[in-house]
Design a protein around this ligand. Structure first.
Ligand SMILES: CC(=O)N[C@H]1[C@@H](OP(=O)(O)OP(=O)(O)OC[C@H]2O[C@@H](n3ccc(=O)[nH]c3=O)[C@H](O)[C@@H]2O)O[C@H](CO)[C@@H](O)[C@@H]1O
Length: 348
């Protein structure tokens, strides 16, 4: 029997929020030959397994004002489209999948120039600029949040949720010395950590320790004070692989509102106190967080209004309200699509 596998290019780059959903889809596409498109010096260089050939293009963000330098950036952008187009031909690619961001722009345009189908996954409640501009060129735009469709009225959209790594769908064990019955607060700042949240947490944590809680703090590797708090109930880690095990065990998460982490919080039904990154493009994390807040799955705290005392009190209030935590946990169910990766794989 002759067997022809589909050759697919995945364009996903930069942050965990773009890479992990793409990896989750790739894991499900066992009968495709996958090649990866990224840029030099970003997370894909360490995260993408070797069995996906990784091609890097030199792409400068075009989040720039018109003026001096614009022409140079446009010229480089045009060159990057041609570079991807050449890659599509040389590697005999038949379809393109992208999770948005800058890398999506040359990938989508090159695919269309080649007449290839493109599936774009947009995980945010407020679709990014590249998605809004280029969605009409895509065969289908798969959405993490239902409401995002209203920004993409002229495109073909379908709600699929946001894929999480397959480890989230099975119970995992947590390899940290935390007593079984102790409340566990997990602090997540996205794939790069969140220095402002880290500071608030370090100031707020003393009361949590007094209440018997443990804290696993994912600090990222850009925080100069990451090593400044020491306590037997406190585990600071710059990056942790076993997010599934950690969030499954967590009593409560204190988190930024990146779409990737939110999908994981829903998958593990972890109640959360969300502090959106105030400088995210077009404040999109606040839009994400509102989707959780309006269903009662999380509480939202704008960073500029939050003091360490308020954070400390709010966490203690929740830890002392098991019924409320239980309700929040139940409400995350409406936000979780268990077969999100399979739905995207089916589209592809
Ligand atoms: C600052 C910023 O603009 N971030 C954006 C970025 O995601 P960014 O990567 O910042 O954040 P996300 O929450 O989407 O994803 C983080 C990912 O990293 C993983 N992780 C994190 C820490 C750790 O120690 N171990 C680990 O595995 C998380 O489990 C998650 O899968 O793209 C997302 C998708 O477009 C957006 O919604 C975010 O707003």
């Amino acid at each position: 029997m002759s067997h022809r596998t589909t050759r697919l290019l995945i364009a996903a780059s930069g942050t965990g929020g773009h890479l992990f959903p793409a990896l989750a889809v790739a894991q499900r596409l066992t009968d495709c030959e996958i090649e990866w498109l990224g840029v030099p010096n970003r997370l894909e260089q360490t995260l993408i397994p070797e069995h996906y050939p990784l091609h890097a293009i030199d792409l400068e963000g075009f989040q720039t004002r018109l003026g001096f330098g614009t022409l140079r950036i446009l010229r480089r952008f045009a060159a990057s489209i041609l570079q991807v187009k050449r890659l599509l031909v040389e590697r005999n690619i038949q379809a393109v999948f992208t999770t948005g961001g800058y890398i999506a722009a040359p990938a989508i345009l090159a695919a269309r120039l080649q007449g290839l189908p493109v599936i774009l996954h947009e995980s945010n409640a407020l679709p990014g600029k590249v998605t809004r501009w280029l969605a009409p060129f895509c065969t289908t735009v798969a959405l993490g949040f239902k409401d995002a469709a209203k920004y993409l009225a002229t495109s073909r959209t379908v709600w699929v949720g946001t894929p999480v790594r397959s480890s989230f769908l099975e119970p995992q064990t947590l390899d940290l010395p935390i007593p079984k019955t102790a409340p566990l607060i997990v602090v997540v700042g996205g794939s790069q950590g969140a220095v402002a949240v880290n500071q608030l947490v370090r100031q707020a944590a003393a009361d949590w320790f007094d209440a018997g809680a443990y804290v696993v703090h994912l600090t990222g590797n850009c925080d100069p004070n990451a090593d400044s708090l020491h306590h037997p109930q406190y585990f600071p880690l710059s990056f942790y692989e076993n997010m599934a095990g950690l969030l499954q065990r967590a009593t409560l998460a204190v988190s930024r509102a990146g779409a990737g982490t939110l999908a994981e919080l829903a998958a593990t039904q972890t109640p959360a106190l969300l502090i959106p990154y105030p400088f995210a493009a077009e404040d999109h994390q606040t839009f994400n967080a509102r989707e959780f807040e309006k269903l009662g799955a999380a509480l939202l705290y704008p960073q500029e209004e939050l003091t360490s005392q308020h954070l400390s009190d709010e966490v203690l209030r929740l830890l002392n309200a098991p019924d409320l935590l239980g309700e929040m946990r139940d409400r995350t169910a409406a936000l979780m699509v268990r077969d999100s990766a399979e739905r995207i794989a089916a589209l592809l």
